[in-house]
Design a protein around this ligand. Sequence first.
Ligand code: GLY
Length: 373
Amino acid sequence: MSITIVGGGAIGLATAWRAAQAGHDVTVVDPDPGRGASWAAAGMLAPVTEAHYGEEPLLALNLAASEQWPGFATELAEASGMDAGYRRCGAITVARDLDDQAALAELFAFQQGLGLAVQRMTGSEVRRVEPSLSPRVRGGVFASEDHQVDNRALVQALVRAAGRAGVTYDHRRVARIDCHGGRVRAVVTEDGHRLQGDTVIVAAGVGAAALPGVPEGVVPPLRPVKGQLLHLRGVPAACPRLGVVRGLEVYVVSRGDGRVVVGATMEERGMDTTVTAGAVMELLRAAWELLPGLAELELLEATAGLRPATPDNAPAVGPTEIEGLHLAVGHFRNGILLTPITARTVVAGLDGPLPDLMAPFSPDRFRTAAARR
Ligand code: GLY
């Protein structure tokens, strides 16, 4: 099969890699593969600490995705010769004051009710696990199955692995996707070049919402949710020992080699990716309240990305009503976590049914019954 993938973020690249492994002829169209939201992300693989009320089907998918990560990371390292920094580190969420403690107690009860692997800890217990926590921290919840990957190393490894598997990169911008007669016909680039093939997979993050040529309603509504993040650096001994330390307003991802990522805001301001002084101040303040030693680190970078969110905050993955047009969009806060499972699923869905776990996330679910007829 000849496949064009629109969007070279982590999901587009992993899908390209898997599709090429399955024997397809694959082109990824993206001016700068590996950038965008995948580059801005923090790389947490956090099905447990990011479990939210009312999102149980998504939780099942996230947990299954987390289980795929060790094998995926090993295979990617072999295929690319690069280490994507997958780190089995656990994550701790801590309470800074009595209000946080009450909120954390509720979160813990919710997580326990779902049968998730969480452990409640007192203030002195959390400080034993993470000595750099502020003496004011009152306690926390440890999630042993939440981990991290270095998202920037990940996309670089995917670019390499996909290239080695035979994927071609086209660095032009996409102008439109030609669809007529109920079938996808071509991806047309800004300079008028037509990439023709059997199948188009759209994995373009928030950009998927505004792709001319795709009939209305085929791509679900996608809203950009801006996240601002900071990159810090210091000697490893000055950084948190635990890979992920979270408060209720901030998370701190420590790579273990002196690099630390602090994130992230949640802002709905359209396509704006400006880094603001206020967000930098708030992120640093919230992180410093938990981990005062962070104030000594070098501030390397402040960045922003746009999370693509659907109306139910869950992804839209699989074939659409347009023959040959498939989607892998709307991964919101879980794009890096869901990369391996989405890639496998999309490729399975090219010539067969979607695996059961992904069935609730069909792109079709946002269309009204009338539109489906
Ligand atoms: N999953 C972390 C974030 O979206 O900020």
